[in-house]
Structure formats: structure tokens, C-alpha cells
Design a protein around this ligand. Structure first.
Ligand code: PEP
Ligand code: MG
Length: 320
């Protein structure tokens, strides 16, 4: 099985019946890129840029950021690089960005809200991304979006900087779907962005109103909860209505029990932890779309995450 996985490492991933599913990797540093490609990643579906901003006393300069993004782009050898804008907040503080202590950091100034509150942070990060060559390899993704006004504010900065830098090529702009608001109104977002990528870690926490880091509720924080799955379905439908692709970059994309359901709901890009990319690619290549759709329909009718997991284990055993 290991040799088979390695042999597939260079292949474009498709289901058994030929539907294209992109299998990307989540990266958290420049050193992660080349090993992810060696494991068969077809690109990076989530670059967590926090590594550049945390554990230091000053903000990284445009040049520092640009060098790191360029190095990662080169490590990916031309494959797509989806750069998530800074996602810090009250729980992950940076001394040079004073964010007042918050009673509910998960509901406070975090994600894209920080970038909009500190326009220099947003502008520097976009400048650095726009400096990467070739233009077009990097796509920009906004974390923790709740409303279209946030997308429009970033789009305005992006367009201004493109004009200033004489960049005429389009630069893809997408959102992470991590709030129930973004999932429910995915069709509205899809009319104005190029792609949707579901952050199932945060989406689950916000849908179930359970802190993803609180051990007291850890047993309940399961992205296979039917409420989360229904919102994933709503997101895919909203994206498809506007001709936009929907991916998953949260933990569900790395969960072999979840993958057939996600594909059945309409997800066409999975960004997984680098270590499991070979396994996810091998799994996808065994699936048929018709079986995944039926399986997803059954999962949406379950009344608990445990019920979905039981169903998914049966599907895994009995095959697609
Ligand atoms: C998510 O929330 O699912 C996600 C991918 O973002 P992070 O885990 O970095 O919050
Ligand atoms: Mg998140």
C-alpha cells in the first residue's frame, strides 16, 4: 500500500469515475513546502501566515514577508499557493498589535477584523504577496469573514495596490467559510469572490457554540455533526450557483471518514495535513461520485455526529 501511495504521489487526483478533486496541503512555515510536494500535495490550500508574526517584538517588514512567500512559492514548484491573511486575535497576541484583553476572544477582534483594524498590516501583507513571482501563483484568502463589507474593503486595497504596482493580471481572492453567517450566505459571497474554503475547525466551534480548545466540551466538537454538514452543503450549493469552487481546509479534510461525505456534498478541493496527503489521495481515487452523493444524503439525515461516524465507518468498510 505504501509503494502504491508513493507511485501516486505525482498524479493529479481524480475519483474512480474521473471527477477532479484537488488535494492540497496546509502549511505553517516555509520549510513545510518541499516535503508536502514530495508527499504528493498538488498545491497549498492554506498557508497559515501567523508563523511570520508571532513570537517577535516588531511587525515583519514587507521585504521579510515577501522573501518567505517567495521561498514557499518556489518550494511548491509553481503549484497554487493560497495565502491566508493574518489570523491572530486575543488568544494569539502580538505585542506590536495591541488588542485589548477580551472576555470572548473567539468572538472578538480576530482574523480579517484585525487586518481591517490595522490597515498597515493588511497593506503590507498584500504588498508582499503581490511581489511573489510568477504573479498568479499566489491566491489570497481571508479568515473569519462574516460579511461582504469585509471582502469589499480588502478588494479595494488589493485593487489599489495592483494599480500602483502596475499588475494587470487578476489575483484570485477567496474567503474561508468559518462563521455560520458566511456559510448561510455563501451564494452572496460567491458572487464576489473566486473561491470558498471551509475552515471546519472554527465553523464547528461556532455552529455548535463549543470552544474548540476547551477540554470540557472536546468530546462534542465534531465536524461531522449533521448541523455542520448541512452548512457545508449550503456552502457548496452557494458556490456552485455562482460557478465557484468550494474546498475544505479544516481538520475534516484530513479525516478519511469525512472525505467521502465532503465530496458527496460538492467539495472539490481538500487541503490536508501534509502527513496524510498520500492517504487522502489514495482514498479519493477509490470513490465514485454517485456513491459519495448517496452517502452524503444519508449523513445529512443522521441525528448526531456519532450516527454520522457509524455510517461513515460502514461506508469505509463496504466500499464505494
Ligand atoms: C479552521 O478553522 O478550520 C482553519 C483551517 O483555520 P485554523 O485552524 O487555522 O483556525
Ligand atoms: Mg480557523
Amino acid at each position: 500500500r505504501g509503494a502504491d501511495m508513493l507511485a501516486r504521489a505525482g498524479e493529479r487526483c481524480v475519483t474512480a469515475d474521473g471527477t477532479r478533486i484537488e488535494v492540497f496541503a496546509n502549511l505553517g512555515s516555509a520549510d513545510d513546502a518541499a516535503p508536502a510536494v514530495a508527499r504528493g500535495a498538488e498545491g497549498c490550500g492554506l498557508l497559515r501566515t501567523e508563523f511570520l508574526f508571532l513570537d517577535r517584538d516588531t511587525m515583519p517588514t514587507v521585504a521579510e514577508q515577501a522573501a518567505e512567500y517567495q521561498r514557499i512559492a518556489e518550494g511548491l514548484e509553481g503549484r497554487p499557493l493560497i495565502v491566508r491573511l493574518l489570523d491572530i486575535g486575543g488568544d494569539k497576541p502580538a505585542s506590536y498589535l495591541p488588542i485589548l484583553a477580551e472576555e470572548n476572544p473567539a468572538l472578538g477582534l480576530r482574523g480579517i477584523r484585525v487586518s481591517l483594524a490595522y490597515p498597515a498590516v493588511l497593506e503590507d501583507q498584500i504588498r508582499a504577496i503581490l511581489s511573489v513571482r510568477p504573479i498568479g501563483q499566489c491566491r489570497i484568502m481571508l479568515p473569519m469573514v462574516a460579511g461582504l463589507d469585509e471582502v469589499r474593503a480588502v478588494r479595494a486595497v488589493l485593487d489599489r495596490l495592483r494599480a500602483e504596482l502596475s499588475i494587470t493580471d487578476p489575483v484570485a481572492l477567496g474567503i474561508m467559510v468559518e462563521t455560520p453567517a458566511a456559510a448561510v450566505t455563501a451564494d452572496l459571497f460567491a458572487a464576489e469572490v473566486d473561491f470558498l474554503s471551509i475552515g471546519t475547525n472554527d465553523l464547528t466551534q461556532y455552529v455548535l457554540a463549543m470552544d474548540r480548545g476547551n477540554p470540557a466540551v472536546a468530546g462534542g466538537v465534531d465536524g461531522l455533526h449533521p448541523a455542520v454538514l448541512r452548512l457545508i452543503g449550503t456552502t457548496c450549493d452557494g458556490g456552485a450557483r455562482q460557478g465557484r469552487w468550494t474546498g475544505v481546509c479544516g481538520g475534516l479534510a484530513s479525516d478519511p471518514l469525512a472525505v467521502p461525505i465532503l465530496i458527496g456534498l460538492g467539495v472539490t478541493e481538500l487541503s490536508a495535513a501534509p502527513a496524510v496527503v498520500p492517504e487522502i489521495k489514495a482514498l479519493v481515487s477509490t470513490l465514485s461520485m454517485a456513491a459519495c452523493r448517496d452517502h452524503a444524503t444519508a449523513a445529512l439525515r443522521c441525528d448526531s455526529a456519532a450516527g454520522v461516524r457509524t455510517l461513515a465507518r460502514r461506508f469505509a468498510k463496504e466500499g464505494a
